[in-house]
Each structure stands twice: as structure tokens, then as C-alpha cells.
Design a protein around this ligand. Structure first.
Ligand SMILES: *[C@@H]1O[C@H](CO)[C@@H](O)[C@H](O)[C@H]1NC(C)=O
Ligand SMILES: *[C@@H]1O[C@H](CO)[C@@H](O)[C@H](O)[C@H]1NC(C)=O
Ligand SMILES: *[C@@H]1O[C@H](CO)[C@@H](O)[C@H](O)[C@H]1NC(C)=O
Ligand SMILES: *[C@@H]1O[C@H](CO)[C@@H](O)[C@H](O)[C@H]1NC(C)=O
Ligand SMILES: *[C@@H]1O[C@H](CO)[C@@H](O)[C@H](O)[C@H]1NC(C)=O
Ligand SMILES: *[C@@H]1O[C@H](CO)[C@@H](O)[C@H](O)[C@H]1NC(C)=O
Ligand SMILES: *[C@@H]1O[C@H](CO)[C@@H](O)[C@H](O)[C@H]1NC(C)=O
Ligand SMILES: *[C@@H]1O[C@H](CO)[C@@H](O)[C@H](O)[C@H]1NC(C)=O
Ligand SMILES: *[C@@H]1O[C@H](CO)[C@@H](O)[C@H](O)[C@H]1NC(C)=O
Ligand SMILES: CC(=O)N[C@H]1CO[C@H](CO)[C@@H](O)[C@@H]1O
Length: 455
């Protein structure tokens, strides 16, 4: 959790004080490669001050109360290393990505009883990114897993949870019946698996993955989650009424994950016009909904300053996904880069906090806004590094363009963490389930829902 934000009055005073002391600012020249690397180095350093996984008594890669955020941190580090060449954090990265690997499927037993599909999926995306950015496999160190097999392991364990007992398909948000989110099917879980499948298809050039990507896409379009005419992306839908209703909260990462998957499918199909239309439609809507003066903004929580840790990370993830989309669908490059640039410049101006370049939440303010936390630094790192596509268009590779991560198509096949076979749930069980869910307050969108509902 980030520190509670200061009281408005004090904060106003604080911001004034900080603004008057403009010595500590990330001085970013967006047209200068070294300047971008320096900005990323500053925010990555701040981001890593929150990482204790390499210290005695701490567990590599683990943030116990917010397990998925380890994946967000490592995603940012992978791209930081790739685009800047700075290897400072690579040991932490490698050890953490392996430590949380579970049985080659990112279902580590310490956390597997309350991991949601989306939580696991983000670790799968981190491993996929490692393969695509040619982060060397650690298979020659100890008995470690290859990055590609980890992504395959997540894919294999998740497709087994595909649930046709309700809504004619789709992945539930939660894996276990005792989690209240079990009755929900949502965009980040389905759009996340869609993205992972599309990336596996492109990297391995294997139709099995592409077929799954198509299947998940088609199901999403048939559900209230995704529209292929308006390109609206809803947050969730409910299995209890067979997906008749729509929870239409607008979050940038839901758009971003379908956009990213569509970009990979476009690239994998050597330029299919159907996927291009999807990319253009989703990109249009992403910009329509989440820009403020061409600066990325999480509209549902930033203006009222109610973003929780998860939500602070969304536009950072979207920054990365936009940068990859620009490379995979070259016709979008000239649309995407200017937005990354205005957002990056604004983010840098938000990094003037505490006399030590602390970055805030609301980039569009172009000034420090009083917030502080690992999530702010991760998102800032993401947007700085995303700007490196102006100088380096070499990412992401495939197994035939330089990627050499070892494939294991059977990884994760023995994972048994699936409870889609509906057991009769008694009223007693349901009451218990609700309580258990509260006790765990496990999955992060759960936290988000609590925050919003609870004010
Ligand atoms: C910046 O200062 C704040 C307030 O003292 C502190 O909490 C934070 O850890 C510092 N950040 C860095 C990167 O040193
Ligand atoms: C942990 O990693 C950080 C870099 O993120 C490094 O500065 C620190 O020295 C490392 N600590 C130990 C105990 O190795
Ligand atoms: C699980 O917890 C044990 C005990 O705290 C710890 O030693 C181990 O490293 C943890 N494993 C993971 C994957 O977090
Ligand atoms: C794969 O490529 C990386 C560099 O991109 C290299 O360090 C590694 O040794 C290669 N692995 C194999 C098995 O060839
Ligand atoms: C949109 O989705 C529907 C299925 O819901 C499908 O019949 C139609 O072909 C799709 N349109 C495009 C342009 O892909
Ligand atoms: C894309 O083009 C490459 C090279 O011509 C070809 O090998 C591959 O099969 C094509 N992929 C698809 C999905 O058509
Ligand atoms: C996206 O927006 C551009 C102009 O802003 C428009 O020309 C294009 O038709 C739109 N594409 C889709 C698929 O909506
Ligand atoms: C696929 O992506 C590569 C960059 O990784 C790019 O060079 C190529 O033009 C893209 N393919 C299509 C059909 O746009
Ligand atoms: C799955 O279990 C079977 C039977 O125990 C075993 O032969 C196989 O190697 C396992 N697969 C993986 C990927 O661990
Ligand atoms: C998942 C896994 O096998 N991790 C191993 C990676 O290698 C180190 C040794 O360097 C082992 O300690 C890990 O258990």
C-alpha cells in the first residue's frame, strides 16, 4: 500500500513548496536517447528501493499482500534493461522470476490458494516478455525453467479453466469457488489470456496458440465484455445471470490488453485486415477515453484521487503495450509515439517530489501531486522506457528472429488448480465463501472493487 495521501490543505502547501524548489526534477529531453535512459534510471532506482526480495529474511519476487505486483515490477525491469542496457537489476530479475515459478506455471503454493487468473497471467506475460526481449534463459543455473516454458505453463493451466458451463465459455476471474470473484468473467483475465496466446503464437509460430487467441476473442465479442463495432471494453460480466449484464467501468488496461493481443495477431497473420481493424478501433477508443491533453490518464480514479495501487499501475502497463503495438503494427507508430512523448514529458514533470525525484500519480498535472509509492515509480519507468522505441525498434523477437528460449509445449499440463466443475454450493458454503474472501482480500481487482464501493 502506498502511504495515505496527505490532507488536501497540507498537500497544497507541500506542492507549492516542492514546486518552488525545482532543483530536483527529472529533466527529460524526449528527443534525446541518453536523456530518456537517465530518466528511466532515476525512476527504476526509486522503484527498486521498495524491493526487498534479495535481502536476508525476504522472499525473492514476493509482495505477500499484492503478489501480482511482482510481475508488474519485473515487466518494467525487463524493458528497462532491454532498452537501456543497464544490467544492475538483472540478478534480482532472474532470481525473482524463477522463485515464484511454482511448478513451471506461476502457481506457487504459498499463494496459489488465492491467486486469480489475472494475477497468474501477469507473471506469464513477464516470462513471455523475457523470452521476447532475449533475456537469457536461466536453465543452466540450478534447475531453472526457461522463460518460454513458463509462459506456456501459464497458458496450459489457464485453458484448462475455460468454462463452458456458463456464458458459453470464457475464463472466470477467480480460480476457486470460495472467492467471490469466482462468479465473474472479466476482461483482464480473458483479454490477458488472449494476449498471452497471441504472443505465444507469434513467438513459436504455432497455430494451436493462435486458434486459442481467436477463440478467446470470439467469445469476448459474443459476451458483453468486448464490442467489435463500438470497440467498448467493459470490465466484467456475471455468470449468475449467464453474462446478461455488463459491469462497464472503463479501465485503460482492459483496452490495452485486447489491443496488444490484436497487434500480435495482426503481426502473426502477416497483416490481416480484420486484426488491423481491431487494432485501429481499440487504439482509437483507448485514446478517446484515456487521454488528457495527449497525456495518459486513468479517468475513473485520477481526477478524484482515489486510485489504488493496482490502478496506478494501469497506465504504465498501457504505455508498454502501446510501445509494442507501434512496433508490431507499423501503421500505428506515428499515432502512438507522439502520445508516448507528451505522456513521458508530463510524467517527468511529475517526478519532482521530496527533493529526490519522487514521481506522482497524475502525469497530466505536469507537477508533483503529493503521492508516493512503488507503483508510481513503476509506471514512470514504463512510460520513459516506452519512449525508447524512437531509437530502438528491435523488439520483440520470435524463435525465428533471434529468440532462443527453450520451448516446452507441455509445461503446466499437470496443474490441477481448477474448480470449474460446478459442485453444488450450499447456502452455508456461500456464507463461508464470502467470509473467506474478505479474510483473504486476495485478488487485486477485489481490492479495487472494495475501494470503489467503500469509497
Ligand atoms: C525520497 O524521499 C521520500 C521522503 O523522505 C522517501 O520516502 C523516499 O524513499 C525517497 N526516495 C528515494 C528514491 O530515495
Ligand atoms: C539488493 O539489490 C539492490 C539493487 O536493487 C542492491 O542495491 C542491494 O545491494 C542488494 N542487496 C543485497 C543484500 O544484495
Ligand atoms: C514460501 O514461503 C516460505 C516460508 O516463508 C519461503 O521460504 C519460500 O521462499 C516461499 N516461496 C515462495 C515461492 O514465495
Ligand atoms: C540465447 O541467446 C542469449 C543471448 O541473446 C545467449 O546469452 C544464450 O547463451 C543463448 N542460449 C542458447 C541456449 O543458445
Ligand atoms: C464481429 O463479431 C461478430 C460476432 O459477434 C461477427 O459475426 C462479425 O463478423 C465480427 N465483425 C468483424 C468485422 O470482425
Ligand atoms: C507469414 O509469412 C511467413 C513468411 O512468408 C510465413 O512463413 C508464415 O507462414 C506466414 N504466417 C501466416 C500465419 O500466414
Ligand atoms: C480511428 O480514427 C481515425 C481518425 O481518428 C479514423 O480515420 C478511423 O476510421 C478510426 N478507425 C476505426 C476502426 O474506428
Ligand atoms: C511485424 O513486426 C515486425 C517487427 O517486429 C515488423 O518489422 C513487421 O513489419 C510487422 N509485420 C507486419 C505485417 O506489419
Ligand atoms: C505430468 O505428469 C506425468 C505423469 O506423472 C509426467 O509423466 C509428465 O512428465 C508431467 N508433465 C510435466 C510437464 O511435468
Ligand atoms: C525454479 C527453480 O528451479 N529455481 C532454481 C534456480 O536455480 C537456483 C540456483 O541458482 C535454485 O536455487 C532455484 O531453486
Amino acid at each position: 500500500m502506498h502511504l495515505p495521501h496527505p490532507w488536501p490543505v497540507l498537500k497544497g502547501l507541500l506542492v507549492t513548496l516542492l514546486l518552488s524548489n525545482a532543483v530536483y526534477a527529472i529533466d527529460l529531453d524526449i528527443s534525446d536517447e541518453q536523456s530518456i535512459k537517465d530518466a528511466a534510471s532515476t525512476s527504476a532506482y526509486a522503484m527498486m528501493t521498495y524491493y526487498k526480495g534479495n535481502e536476508t529474511g525476504h522472499i525473492p519476487g514476493a509482495f505477500a499482500s499484492k503478489w501480482w505486483e511482482g510481475a508488474a515490477l519485473f515487466l518494467a525491469l525487463l524493458q528497462y534493461w532491454h532498452f537501456t542496457g543497464d544490467t544492475t537489476y538483472n540478478d534480482n530479475l532472474r532470481v525473482g522470476l524463477e522463485w515464484q515459478a511454482g511448478d513451471d506455471d506461476y502457481m506457487p503454493t504459498n499463494y496459489s490458494s488465492y491467486i486469480g487468473n489475472d494475477d497468474q497471467m501477469f507473471w506469464g506475460l513477464a516470462a513471455m516478455t523475457a523470452a521476447e526481449l532475449k533475456f537469457a534463459d536461466a536453465t543452466d543455473v540450478g534447475d531453472n525453467y526457461s522463460w518460454l516454458s513458463l509462459a506456456q505453463g501459464v497458458f496450459n493451466s489457464q485453458i484448462k479453466r475455460w468454462d463452458s458451463t456458463t456464458c458459453d465459455g470464457g475464463l472466470r476471474w477467480q480460480i476457486w469457488t470460495y472467492e467471490s470473484g469466482y462468479t465473474m468473467k472479466n476482461s483482464i483475465s480473458n483479454g490477458g489470456l488472449f494476449q498471452l496466446a497471441a504472443r505465444l503464437a507469434r513467438y513459436t509460430e504455432t497455430d494451436t496458440y493462435a486458434n486459442w487467441a481467436e477463440k478467446i476473442w470470439d467469445w469476448s465479442v459474443s459476451s458483453p465484455l468486448l464490442s467489435n463495432s463500438t470497440w467498448n471494453v467493459a470490465d466484467s460480466t456475471e455468470t449468475t445471470n449467464d453474462c446478461a449484464t455488463q459491469g462497464n467501468d472503463q479501465w485503460s488496461y482492459n483496452y490495452g490488453t485486447y489491443l496488444m493481443g490484436a497487434a500480435y495477431m495482426y503481426n502473426y497473420t502477416n497483416g490481416s485486415s480484420v486484426w488491423l481493424e481491431a487494432v485501429d478501433g481499440l487504439l482509437n477508443k483507448t485514446f478517446e477515453h484515456f487521454l488528457n491533453d495527449d497525456i495518459l490518464e486513468e479517468k475513473l480514479c485520477e481526477p478524484t484521487e482515489v486510485c489504488n495501487d493496482n490502478e496506478i499501475l494501469f497506465k504504465g502497463l498501457v504505455s508498454s503495450w502501446l510501445s509494442f503495438t507501434a512496433l508490431l503494427v507499423p501503421s500505428t507508430y506515428d499515432t502512438i509515439l507522439p502520445v508516448l512523448q507528451t505522456s513521458g514529458q508530463a510524467a517527468a514533470k511529475s517526478c519532482t517530489g521530496h527533493d529526490n525525484n519522487t514521481c506522482g500519480v497524475r502525469w497530466y498535472k505536469s507537477a508533483y501531486d503529493g503521492w508516493i509509492g512503488m507503483e508510481e515509480e513503476i509506471s514512470a519507468t514504463n512510460i520513459f522506457v516506452a519512449n525508447m522505441i524512437a531509437f530502438d525498434t528491435s523488439a520483440p523477437v520470435t524463435s525465428s528472429t533471434g529468440g532462443n528460449s527453450t520451448s516446452d509445449p507441455t509445461a503446466g499440463e499437470n496443474d490441477t488448480s481448477t474448480s470449474t466443475t460446478e459442485s453444488a454450493i450450499t447456502t452455508g458454503d456461500k456464507a463461508g465463501a464470502g467470509i473467506l474472501t474478505v479474510v483473504f482480500v486476495s485478488s487485486w481487482v477485489g481490492l479495487m472493487t472494495w475501494t470503489i464501493l467503500g469509497g
